[in-house]
Design a protein. Structure first.
Length: 762
C-alpha cells in the first residue's frame, strides 16, 4: 500500500497532514472519558439478559455490601424523564425504548440498573452482584421468526417519503427480452467505534456540561434538555475529538439523560463508560435487510424495467428504515420502475444509521443484479453500466448536477487492468487459486444542512474559526482550517480551529457525508464577509470592489492576490483604514432549497438536510467505480482479496491526503461487509452472540494487501459554495457487490447473502 501523499489535481486543495495529528499521536487529544472530573462518581450499567418480558424483582443485598457503592438506580427509584421522540421522526433519540421507566423489557441488553460507586472497579463489582429476577416471554428475532410483523415504511416513518415508481413496470417486465429475478440479504452489523459509549455529566448549579462522543452536539444538547425538562441554554456538550462513530453517535441514546439525572440527584459529576458488549444494545446497529430485485432488458442491455423491494428489521417500538430504493431506482436510465420498502418488527433494539446506511445494503442488491444481468447478456459489466448511464434520473426527470460515473469506470478499469479479465466465469486461475475480477458502481447523495460560524482575523494574520462541527476521524479540523487559510490568504499554521462544543455556532450532524459541504460552505461565506470589509477598506473605488467580488469562487485566487492585477491587500493598511485590530464576523448559511424554518431548526438541533434525490429540480450524487480481485483456493475455499481499487469523483476534494484515507477506509470496510462482518443472532433469545472484538470479524492488514484510491477531477458549481459532494460514505458503497461479483467470476457461483464465508462455496 503506497503511503505517499497524493498529487493534487485540478479542483483539489493542498494535500496536508491532519491538523490534529500531533495531538492524537502524542496523547494530548482529550476524548470524552479522558476529562478529569472533580470528585466523580463512577457508573456501571446492568443490562437485561432477556429480550422480552418483565422484571419481577431485584436482589440488591450483595451489591450494596461492595465497599464504595453510592447508589443503585432501577426503574423503582429512577427519576421519570420526559418522553423522547425518534431522531428520524423529528426528535432527538436513537430509540424510544426508554430504560428505567417500568418493569417491562422490550429488547435484549436494555439498561435495567445503574450502579454508582466511588471507583470504576467498585461499580463494576457491585453491578456483577446485582440479581434481577425476570419473567421471560418468547421473543421474535429476525426474518422468518414467527411473530414478526411487516408493513410498508411509507406512512410509519416521517423520513421515508416515497416508494419511487414510474411507467408500468409489470407490463414492461412481462415482455422484456432478458430478465433477472434475484433475492439478496445483508446481515446485522455493529459500528464498534474504538471509543466506547461513554458519557460524563457535570452540574454547576442548574447548568449541565456533558462530555460525550457525539456526531451532533447541538442535537444532543437539545435532546437531553428536553428529557430533563430544562432550558437547552443550560446544557453544553463538549467533545473536541470523537474516537469513531460511523453513525452510532449521530443521535442521542437513552444513556445520557439517565446519567445526567443521576448526577443531578447525587450532586456530583457522574462518569459512565459502557462496555464493548453493552455498546451492542444501548446504541444502534445496521439492521439486517432482504431484497428482491427484478431487471428486464433488451438483448443489447438497455434496461426496460426495474423493481426493487426491500425489507428491513426494526424494533417493536420504532419504525426505523433506511429505504435505499430512493437511490437504486435513480441510478440508471429505465422507463418502468417500481419499488416498495417494508419494515419488519421484531423484539430488538432500534437500529440506526451506519456508514452509508441506505446504499450499503440496497446498492449491494442492485449492483449484484446488474452483474447477473451482464453475464446473462454476455456483456462486459462496465459496458452494461455505460449503456444505461444517464444524466437524468428516471423518476422525476431531474438532471444530475454532475455525474462522472463512466469516467470513474474508465480510469479505474485502466489502472486495475480490467482488460486482462477473461469474460467466462472460472476461466482465470493461478496454480491452486481461482482468480476473479469484479466491479460495481459506488454512489452517495450529496447532502447539506444549515450551519453557522464565527471567524476572527487579527491584524497579524492569525485566524480563529469557531463552528460546532465534529472531528470523528473525518479530518474536519483540517478541511475547516484549510478553507479559512485559502479564503483569507494566510498560511494554515496561522489558523486555529475550534469545533466539538455546543456553545459554538451550530453545525449539523457529522453524518450523511454532509459535514465538509456544510461547514466549509459556511466558513467560506463568513470569510467572504471579512474579505469584503478588507476590500472596502483598501479599495474605496466601487469598480474595484466589484472586481474583487468576481474573484470569489472555489479554488480561485485567495484574498492576498484578489485585487486588481497582482496587488496584494496589505492587512496592516486595511486594519489601519478600518481603525481596528480584529475583524470578527458571524454568519449563517443554508443550502438552496432549505425550508423556511431551517435556521430555527438549526438552533434547536433538528436536522433539515437538503440534497441527494430529494431536491426539487436537480439531483446531486458523488460517484465511484470499485474494482476487486479475489483469489479462492481450489481445495480449501479460502477467499482472499489481493487488490481493492476505487476511482471516485466527488466535486472539490478539500484535502487529497485526508480524502484518500477516508476513501481507503471505506473500501476496506466495504470489503469487510462482504466477507467478514456480521452480528450473529441467537434466534431463540433475540440476543447478539459475538458482541466483542474477538468474535466480531474485522479485517486486518493481512486481509487488504493492496488498496488503491484514484480521485478524479470534477468541478460542480451547482451544489454548494464549497463545491464539495462529500466522501465520508462514498468509498463504502458497492464494494460488497464488487467482491461478490468477483467471486462469481472466479467460481461461477452466485452468492446473494452476506457475509460470504468459505463454507458457502461448493
Ligand atoms: Mo453516518 S451513518 O451518516 O454517521
Amino acid at each position: 500500500m503506497s503511503t505517499a501523499a497524493p498529487e493534487p489535481k485540478a479542483n483539489m486543495g493542498q494535500p496536508i497532514p491532519r491538523y490534529d495529528a500531533v495531538a492524537k499521536v502524542t496523547g494530548k487529544a482529550q476524548y470524552g472519558a479522558d476529562v478529569a472530573l472533580v470528585n466523580p462518581v463512577y457508573a456501571y450499567l446492568v443490562t437485561s439478559s432477556i429480550a422480552k418480558g418483565r422484571i419481577d424483582s431485584f436482589d440488591l443485598a450483595d451489591a450494596k455490601t461492595v465497599r464504595g457503592v453510592v447508589d443503585i438506580v432501577t426503574h423503582e427509584n429512577a427519576e421519570k424523564l420526559k418522553e423522547a421522540k425518534l431522531f428520524s421522526n423529528g426528535g432527538y433519540t436513537s430509540s424510544t425504548i426508554q430504560p428505567l421507566k417500568s418493569a417491562d423489557i422490550a429488547q435484549d441488553g436494555e439498561i435495567v440498573a445503574v450502579v454508582l460507586a466511588e471507583t470504576f472497579e467498585a461499580a463494576r463489582q457491585a453491578a456483577y452482584a446485582v440479581k434481577v429476577n425476570y419473567t421471560a416471554a418468547v421473543p421474535t428475532t429476525t426474518f422468518g421468526s414467527p411473530g414478526t410483523t411487516s408493513a410498508p415504511a411509507k406512512g410509519q416513518l416521517a423520513q421515508f417519503k416515497e416508494d419511487p415508481k414510474v411507467g408500468d413496470f409489470a407490463k414492461a417486465f412481462e415482455s422484456a427480452e432478458v430478465k433477472i429475478t434475484a433475492e439478496y440479504g445483508t446481515p446485522a452489523q455493529h459500528h464498534n467505534p474504538m471509543e466506547l459509549f461513554a458519557t460524563s455529566c457535570v452540574w454547576n448549579g442548574d447548568s449541565l456540561t456533558i462530555y460525550e462522543p457525539s456526531q451532533y452536539v447541538h442535537g444532543l444538547k437539545n435532546g437531553v434538555a428536553e428529557q430533563l425538562g430544562i432550558d437547552a441554554d443550560r446544557v453544553r456538550v463538549i467533545n473536541s475529538y470523537v474516537g469513531g462513530a460511523f453513525g452510532s453517535k449521530g443521535s442521542m441514546t437513552p444513556r445520557t439523560a439517565i446519567i445526567a439525572s443521576i448526577a443531578r440527584r447525587l450532586g456530583r459529576p457522574v462518569k459512565l463508560v459502557a462496555t464493548r458488549d453493552q455498546g451492542f444494545t444501548i446504541a444502534t446497529f445496521r439492521a439486517e435487510t432482504r431484497h428482491q430485485v427484478k431487471l428486464g432488458a433488451t438483448r443489447d442491455g438497455k434496461l426496460t424495467s426495474l423493481r426493487h423491494e426491500g425489507w428491513e428489521i426494526s424494533s417493536r417500538a420504532d419504525p426505523y428504515a433506511v429505504g435505499g430504493t430512493k437511490t437504486t431506482t435513480r441510478m440508471y436510465e429505465c422507463p418502468n420502475i417500481d419499488s416498495l420498502v417494508s419494515i419488519v418488527r421484531a423484539d430488538r433494539n432500534t437500529p440506526g444509521f451506519m456508514r452509508a446506511p441506505p446504499e450499503v445494503p440496497y446498492m449491494f442488491a442492485l449492483e449484484s443484479a446488474m452483474d447477473e444481468l451482464a453475464y446473462e447478456l454476455k456483456m462486459d459489466p462496465i459496458e452494461l453500466r455505460r449503456v444505461n448511464d444517464t444524466m437524468k434520473e428516471p423518476i422525476k426527470g431531474n438532471t444530475y448536477t454532475s455525474r462522472s460515473l463512466m469516467a470513474c469506470f474508465d480510469e479505474g478499469a485502466k489502472v486495475f487492468g480490467w482488460s486482462q479479465r477473461k469474460a467466462e466465469p472460472k476461466s482465470m486461475t493461478d496454480g491452486d487459486w481461482l482468480v476473479g475480477y469484479g466491479c460495481a458502481t459506488s454512489c452517495y447523495p450529496t447532502q447539506m444542512a444549515p450551519a453557522a460560524a464565527r471567524v476572527r482575523l487579527q491584524r497579524d494574520g492569525h485566524v480563529k474559526v469557531q463552528i460546532a462541527g465534529h472531528e470523528i476521524g473525518n479530518g474536519a479540523y483540517t478541511v475547516i482550517g484549510l478553507v479559512a487559510a485559502e479564503r483569507l490568504g494566510v498560511p494554515i499554521d496561522k489558523v486555529s480551529v475550534f469545533i466539538g462544543d455546543s456553545d459554538l455556532p451550530p453545525a449539523p450532524v457529522a453524518g450523511g457525508s454532509n459535514s465538509t459541504a456544510s461547514t466549509c460552505s459556511t466558513v467560506i461565506m463568513v470569510c467572504e464577509q471579512i474579505r469584503q470589509k478588507l476590500f472596502k477598506a483598501t479599495m474605496p473605488d466601487e469598480t474595484l470592489i466589484d472586481k474583487a467580488k468576481e474573484t470569489v469562487g472555489v479554488g480561485q485566487t485567495p484574498v492576498t492576490r484578489a485585487a486588481k492585477g497582482d496587488r496584494q491587500i496589505d492587512y496592516e493598511r486595511a486594519f489601519d483604514a478600518l481603525g481596528v485590530s480584529v475583524i470578527e464576523e458571524y454568519g449563517e448559511w443554508k443550502p438552496d432549497g432549505a425550508p423556511m424554518d431551517a435556521f430555527r431548526a438549526m438552533n434547536k438541533g433538528q436536522m433539515r438536510m437538503v440534497g441527494g434525490p430529494e431536491m426539487k429540480d436537480k439531483i446531486a450524487y458523488a460517484f465511484g467505480a470499485e474494482f476487486v480481485e479475489v483469489r479462492i483456493n481450489r481445495w480449501t475455499h479460502e477467499i482472499t482479496v489481493p487488490r481493492l481499487l476505487g476511482a471516485f469523483a466527488a466535486g472539490r476534494i478539500m484535502n487529497p491526503t485526508t480524502a484518500r484515507s477516508q476513501l481507503m477506509g471505506g473500501l476496506i470496510w466495504g470489503m469487510s461487509s462482504a466477507l467478514h462482518e456480521a452480528t450473529e443472532l441467537d434466534e431463540r433469545y433475540a440476543r447478539y452472540v459475538n458482541d466483542n472484538l474477538a468474535d466480531y470479524l474485522l479485517p486486518v492488514n493481512a486481509d487488504v494487501p493492496s488498496v488503491e484510491v484514484i480521485m478524479l477531477t470534477e468541478q460542480d458549481d451547482h451544489i454548494n459554495p464549497a463545491g464539495v459532494k462529500g466522501i465520508g460514505e462514498l468509498g463504502n458503497v458497492g464494494t460488497n457487490a464488487a467482491v461478490c461479483n468477483a467471486i462469481f467470476h472466479a467460481t461461477g457461483q452466485r452468492l446473494r447473502k452476506l457475509p460470504i464465508r468459505l463454507e458457502q462455496l461448493d
